[in-house]
Structures are given as C-alpha cells and as structure tokens.
Design a protein around this ligand. Structure first.
Ligand SMILES: *Cc1c(COP(=O)(O)O)cnc(C)c1O
Length: 371
C-alpha cells in the first residue's frame, strides 16, 4: 500500500511499564510509578463525585464547544472565550497544530532533547526538523533564532522543559518572541506551569496578549491528576484559534473529561498544596544528590533528571526490582541519567533509601572492598 514514506520505519510510542505489568513480572505487592510525571496525590477529591454524577450522560455526545469549561477557564486566565482551544490531552493539540502548519517544504525548529511529540508529529507531516541542542539543559534560544528561515512554520518551546525541568526566564522569552518573525507560530508548552516557583517566570496569558503568533499549551494531566481522562487546552490570539478549530475533531474531548476539568479548575487550593508538597519532595532529591555527589538538573517541574554516570537502564532496572518504576534517560536523550517523578514524601524516602543501597554497594565495589 501507499504509506507515506516518512512513516515507514517510524516507531510507535513506547509507554513506560504499567504497575500491573511490573507486579505480575516481579511478584512485588507494592509498586510505585514515578515515571510519567503524574500527580502522586491523584486529582481533587471533589472530581470523583462529579464523575459519578456525569455517568448518566454517557449515551450523548459531549459538548463539542466545551462551553462551560471555556467560561470557567477564560475567567481564570482573564482571556476571551474565543482565545481557547481544547484537546484530547495537549498531545492532540500538538497534532492539530502540526497538521495545520507543517508539510513538505516547510521546516520546524525545536530544542533537543525535549518532549518527543513535536518531532514525531513533524515527521508524520513530512516536514524538515531542525533540532537545536540544549545548553546545560536549557533552550539555546539564540541557536533556535539562527535556525529560523522563511520556510519555518512552527517553533516549539517547552518550559519547564521535559526532561530537564529547566524553564525559560521572562526576559529571555520576551527577547525571543520579539525577534521571531510574525508569520511563524511559536508554541509554548507549559505542561508543568503550575509547579513553577521561580520568580522570574513569565505570565503566559500576558504574553499571548502581546504576541499574535504565540499559542500556549497546558494540560489537566499533570498537577490536576487527570491524565487518564485526556484533556488539555491551548490559548492564543483569536485568529490562531479560528485557524486551528476546523482541524479539531468535533467531539475530541469527552463529557467526563470536561466535567472533571470544570471541577478541577475550581479547586485551586488542591493545586497550591500539590505545588508546595512537590517543592518539598524536590528538596529531598536535591539534598540526596548533593550528599552523594550526583549531578542533576535544577527542575521547576514535578520530576528530576539525575546523572548517575552509568547506563540509565541499569538504574531503571535496579529500581524496578525494588518496586519503583522510573524513566531511563536512554530513551530521553540523556543516556547516563534517570528521570524520576517527585512522589509523596514517603515514596521519595523509600526510593532514595533504595538508591542509597545501590550507590553504596557500587562505591564499595569500585573501591575493591567486600560488600
Ligand atoms: C505530559 C506532557 C504533555 C502531554 O500532556 P497530555 O495533556 O496528557 O497530552 C505535553 N507536553 C509535555 C512537555 C509533557 O510533559
């Protein structure tokens, strides 16, 4: 059959191991998954009640214009309703943007390593991909600007960046946006925005008011704890939303996801608490890294990329055998690292205790002592 050339040999997404798989394989009772940056505290408890109440609407198509959620979010963000677009996860918005702008003859500029879906979707559209290596885990914005030419259609920014957790400061992003030509769409993926504590972070709704060629992506999958329901949103100048809307499937976000998200946004106290506990967890990891002389990237997300100076698969495998699923850096473009999602204080403690045993055994081995 006549498959697009560029999808031949393209690999399907390799999801991390599920808790069930690991349980069956290792015979462990308790598995902690800290691999996909999900919220260890789940979702706001009020959402569960809402989901039960919504289940009688399953026979009906969802509200394709997300009227209620649009209203709630537009006042939350102080934007107009026509500045919002909803997706089946922000992953779907990445796809909609790619379908709308990328094709053979155009190019797209992004950092590397970054969130792999930008590249993946660009590949499917047959567009040229210009990947600019990170500098110490941060976007090389000068390098990205230099890679832009008149055939560039989309530039992708991820802040805080997955997998390093490093953010772009307000001054740097303003300078960047002022220099990108107006006919190039800049996508700013803020999947971890709610976790950021840095005070020189920008306010992206204000950026959207200033720049007509910027779209910001956010998600309910991370801090709101709704990853399985698949809902994310984008906000931009109304002109961008109007251009993208026809490419969106009419009923792309399901009723349960809409109802859950409406309730979740009302629970900003839940978000605030998750943010504080995440920071405390981050400090547990950072203190551990300093004590054990491990390099790590200073993260503003809910995950930390730690360099163990050995094959990340080895760390992954060791932790798996001890009941923890993390992400090996091998698949993330940082082969000697592992990316660990910040869990509850207890989960972090348990994981770090296991790591300590590993590191001490390894140290003893390197020093030639019996262990
Ligand atoms: C998790 C993540 C997403 C995907 O979120 P969904 O809304 O679940 O599709 C997007 N971007 C980044 C950087 C992420 O880490």
């Amino acid at each position: 059959m006549k498959w697009k050339k560029q999808i031949q040999g393209l690999k399907a997404y390799q999801p991390g191991k599920t808790i069930k798989e690991v349980k069956n394989h290792n015979g462990l009772d308790c598995i902690v998954k800290l691999a996909s940056n999900e919220n260890p505290f789940g979702c706001p408890p009020e959402v569960l009640g809402i989901l039960r109440d919504s289940s009688n609407a399953l026979a009906l198509y969802p509200d394709g214009s997300a009227t209620k959620l649009r209203g709630i979010l537009s006042s939350h963000l102080e934007l107009d309703g026509n500045q919002l677009i909803f997706g089946n996860g922000s992953d779907e918005l990445i796809k909609i943007i790619s379908r709308s702008l990328l094709h053979k003859g155009t190019n797209t500029v992004m950092a590397t390593p970054t969130f792999p879906q930008y590249r993946h979707n660009a590949l499917i559209e047959g567009c040229e991909i210009r990947e600019i290596p990170l500098l110490n885990g941060a976007h090389d914005l000068e390098g990205m600007l230099a890679a832009i030419d008149c055939d560039t259609a989309v530039v992708w920014l991820c802040s805080p960046n997955n997998p390093t957790g490093i953010y772009i400061s307000e001054n740097r992003i303003l300078d960047f946006l002022e220099r990108v030509p107006e006919d190039i769409l800049v996508v700013l993926d803020e999947a971890y925005y709610e976790y950021v504590v840095a005070d020189d972070y920008y306010h992206s709704p204000a950026l959207v008011r200033m720049f007509k060629n910027l779209i910001v992506l956010r998600t309910f999958s991370k801090v709101y704890g709704l990853a399985s329901l698949r809902i994310g949103y984008g906000f931009a100048h109304p002109g961008i939303i109007m251009a993208l809307e026809p490419v969106r499937e009419p009923f792309n976000v399901n009723s349960l996801a809409l109802a859950a998200a409406e309730e979740a946004v009302k629970n900003q106290q839940f978000v605030e608490t998750a943010k504080i506990l995440n920071r405390q967890g981050m400090e547990q990891y950072e203190a551990f890294c300093k004590k054990h002389k491990l390099k790590f990237y200073s993260s503003q997300g809910n995950f930390i990329l730690i360099d163990f100076s050995l094959n990340g698969d080895e760390i992954f495998q060791y932790l798996l055998e001890n009941g923890f699923i993390v992400r090996s850096g091998q698949a993330l473009g940082f082969p000697t690292t592992a990316r660990i999602t910040i869990g509850t204080a207890e989960q972090n403690r348990a994981l770090l205790d296991a790591l300590k045993v590993f590191l001490e055994a390894r140290k003893a081995m390197l020093e030639g002592e019996p262990y």
